[in-house]
Design a protein around this ligand. Structure first.
Ligand SMILES: Cc1ncc(COP(=O)(O)O)c(C=O)c1O
Length: 399
């Protein structure tokens, strides 16, 4: 007999299909690289991965993961404070802190977990947390959790609107701790937070600034140290969270970086630390190798920037309207959701994997295909992808 829950799920799944929002997973059988092998399609160019530096499949990173597995086995088999912590975790955390320019860092099994740990662990009912309107889902959920656990006050400021933030901080001038959270790069737009403005506003109000740099670590700044380096503010940001699941090898994992007191306190009290196993040593070792490779080869960041600028300029020259910006996230706005989905299907037929996003992920009328460039892409990869964009765009009457 079908349970009430199963019946409900089946109804919703049928609705998703009818509304055209059902997500079909494409099956890959090769590592993330400029080109991947997709079931039923063979080799295709991928423009929808966060493998910004091309490190996922880098031999040094892969070998380090294997050595980590051989040296430490599969994992800690418990949480760190109970059964001990590995040298590789300490090495990774020191490397994360060095990279983003903070005193200390603490690793988590994902940046989702890292974000979830911060407000719920640090805030109280005497505090307020204010979040940019376009912040990542993990920050939104982290704040919901913090509100329910700590009874802190919460608020949202208009996207990148310093006047609105200033007003809301003034409204909460009595709060003991004021925590302001922003993404470094906003992933659907590829746009940057106004870090100098945010920092100035926070300082005037005695607020703490937390930046989720998941899309910017390894990407922004001359040497890939993130949004802070881009704005010449390394060492100035109170709390940085980031992922190891994008530019830094792409496996999984995240970290919180900040003062030694912050990381020590989270070690003592953050529930995802206290009640969940550590990052697998395989992943810690490959992420550590990704960071040292980045430090030794900052030219990867330069390549990424040059390839991104090239792709953006060529798309514009062809008559598309990519959102302006200076990041490897290049969204091409197509209007209605159906247009974005159709474009992404046509591109896949042409051998190029780019995901289309529509409402409610992005506002009505701004559906888009979002291209993400990697330092692993060659000019030939990009030129082939651009030619496919041209054919698909012409057949849809977009250019
Ligand atoms: C801005 C941002 N924060 C956090 C996350 C979550 O990262 P993780 O995959 O490490 O949980 C993502 C991933 O999509 C992200 O884009």
């Amino acid at each position: 007999m079908t349970s009430p829950l199963d019946a409900r799920l089946a109804t919703h799944l049928a609705e998703f299909r009818k509304d055209g929002v059902y997500k079909v997973l494409n099956h890959l059988d090769s590592p993330q690289a400029a080109r991947v092998t997709m079931e039923g399609r063979g080799e295709i160019i991928i423009l929808s991965s966060n493998n910004y530096l091309g490190l996922s499949n880098d031999p040094t990173v892969v070998k380090a993961g294997i050595s980590g597995l051989e040296h430490y086995g599969a994992g800690t088999a418990s949480v760190r404070f109970i059964c001990g912590t590995y040298t590789i975790h300490r090495q990774l955390e020191a490397a994360c802190a060095r990279l983003v320019g903070t005193e200390a860092a603490l690793s988590f099994v994902s940046c989702w977990n890292a974000n979830e740990a911060v407000p719920a662990t640090l805030l109280t009912d005497r505090d307020v947390v204010l979040s940019d309107q376009l912040n990542h889902a993990s920050i939104i959920d982290a704040i919901r959790l913090a509100k329910s656990i700590t009874k802190c006050t919460t608020g949202v400021f208009q996207h990148s609107d310093l006047t609105d933030l200033d007003r809301k901080l003034s409204d909460h001038r009595e709060a003991e701790v004021k925590l302001v959270i922003t993404d470094g790069i906003f992933s659907m737009e590829g746009s940057l937070a106004n870090l100098p403005g945010l920092l100035d506003t926070c300082r005037r109000h005695g607020a703490t600034l937390m930046v989720d740099d998941s899309h910017a670590t390894g990407v922004l700044g001359a040497t890939g140290r993130g949004t802070a380096e881009h704005f010449d503010l390394v060492g100035e940001i109170d709390i940085i969270t980031s992922t190891l699941g994008k530019a830094l090898g792409g496996a999984a994992g995240g970290f919180v970086a900040g003062s030694s007191n912050l990381c020590d306190y989270l070690t003592q009290r953050a529930r995802p630390q206290l009640f969940s196993n550590a990052l697998p040593p395989t992943v810690a070792a490959s992420a550590h190798a990704a960071i040292t490779t980045l430090e030794a080869h900052p030219e990867r960041v330069t390549t990424l920037r040059e390839q991104s600028t090239y792709f953006r300029n060529q798309l514009t020259a062809m008559g598309f309207s990519p959102l302006p910006g200076e990041t490897p996230i290049i969204p091409v706005i197509l209007g209605e959701t159906a247009a974005a989905i159709r474009m992404s299907e046509l591109l896949l037929d042409e051998g190029v994997f780019v995901t289309g996003f529509g409402y409610p992920v992005v506002p009505q009328g701004t559906a888009r295909v979002r291209c993400q460039i990697s330092a692993a892409h060659t000019r030939q990869d990009l030129d082939e992808a651009l030619a496919a964009f041209g054919r698909a765009g012409r057949s849809l009457g977009l250019i």
